[in-house]
Write a protein that binds this ligand. Sequence first.
Ligand code: GDG
Length: 445
Amino acid sequence: MGWSGAATVEDAEIADIFKHLAARDNLRMRAVSLSHEEIDGFYQGFSNGIIWPLFHDILKNCNFNPTYWPIYCRVNRKFAEVLARETTPNDFLWVHDYHLMLLGQELSRLQLPNRRGFFLHIPFPSLDFFRKLPWRRQIIDGLLDFDLIAFQTDRDRHNFLQCAEALAERFTVATDGPQVTHVRFLKRTAAGANAWRTIQIATLPISIDYSKMAADAASARVQHRMTQLRADLQERQMILGVDRLDYTKGILHRLRALRLTLERHPELRGKIILVQHLVPSRESIGDYAQLRRDVEQLVSEINGQFRTPDWVPVQYLYHSLSREDLLAYYRTANIALITPLKDGMNLVAKEYCAAQIDEDGVLILSELAGAAAELQVGALLVNPHDIECTAERIYQALVMPRDERLERMQRLRRTIRNHDVFQWAEAFLTAAAAPQAPVSKGAQM
Ligand code: GDG
């Protein structure tokens, strides 16, 4: 169940897409419609104008407009009401992401007995950032109405625990394990009484369908497209960037690092090319439109500085790619350059590795992406704010001996294969089904 993405659910095209997906995957799907006011206040305003930048530590992009909050609450209620009509008490409810942090609470208000879990796809900020949110208590209280709350990394889980400890009533850790923490706190029930509740807080890093990605990367059509791309390259090495156009993805930092690489290593001029795909996203939000202008300005500066009659260092494309093209680019690229300033996980990093069926490619990855926790085994890690180090890593990747490239990529692929998206889903559902841990006697109440 989700927002259809259109202003009205009667939108015929969207309804057709839903119908098609439901029939193809044998699912029952339900679209929730949002009015223009709700799209502004709930989606663009509260979710993407406050929570998205705040949870990525980008305070200057937060617009704490107080009119957004009641609309965010109202839309969460709307989802709860639809769920109440569409589910039976034994259904397990799995809620995804920052748009629906109050849904558990709204379900309680409607006295729905269903067990419910929540997965946050983006980072959870430290207490220092989180406490700036005017509605910080309400968000923590809302989240604590789920039976299981899962995060991408241990860092996110611990940040959440710290915030809950500071903001929720009589909050204590009951048992603490490597992946799951059981917590206990005092909760006001719908009837107005206080009751103790124990829930689970887990680290469950999301992943990809590794086998499908690797199999599709080997298909004849991807192979054909890759041959074309290789021919166009004329022996040059390709560095690849693929991102939604978003200020968290570190696109300007990456371009500056490439410029520094070309300044410091003139012998690379004419021999490398950065192909940067930017996928249109949230275009009606001002910060995104401004970022697009800044990226285009910097690309043209770099190209102006270095280009020769037969070489342009940065090929920038503002578009969406077909899956086949995306896979062909993954396979063609010698290096994937992924430099978010902060990222819940970053699936592009995992997809790039899964698609390296020849095991020959180098992943340069920001240590501030959730994926770095698992992929440090074979990636070259960078702090995206450190332009000099990033430039050095680009150079290191370009001259890395083949043996080292293969060894690193084999390790990366093994890690992702052993932790694919099916394993992630299984782990979430298993944790959600687990009985609540007993509270140890020593726990401080
Ligand atoms: C959020 C969190 C977390 C992108 N462009 C095209 C295209 N894509 C696909 C990629 C990848 C996905 O979109 C992007 O996923 P990311 O993980 O990189 O980033 P977000 O969109 O910010 O996602 C993130 C994720 O949730 C999951 O929990 O990892 O941290 O921010 O799958 O392949 N696919 C196609 N054409 C494109 O042009 N076909």
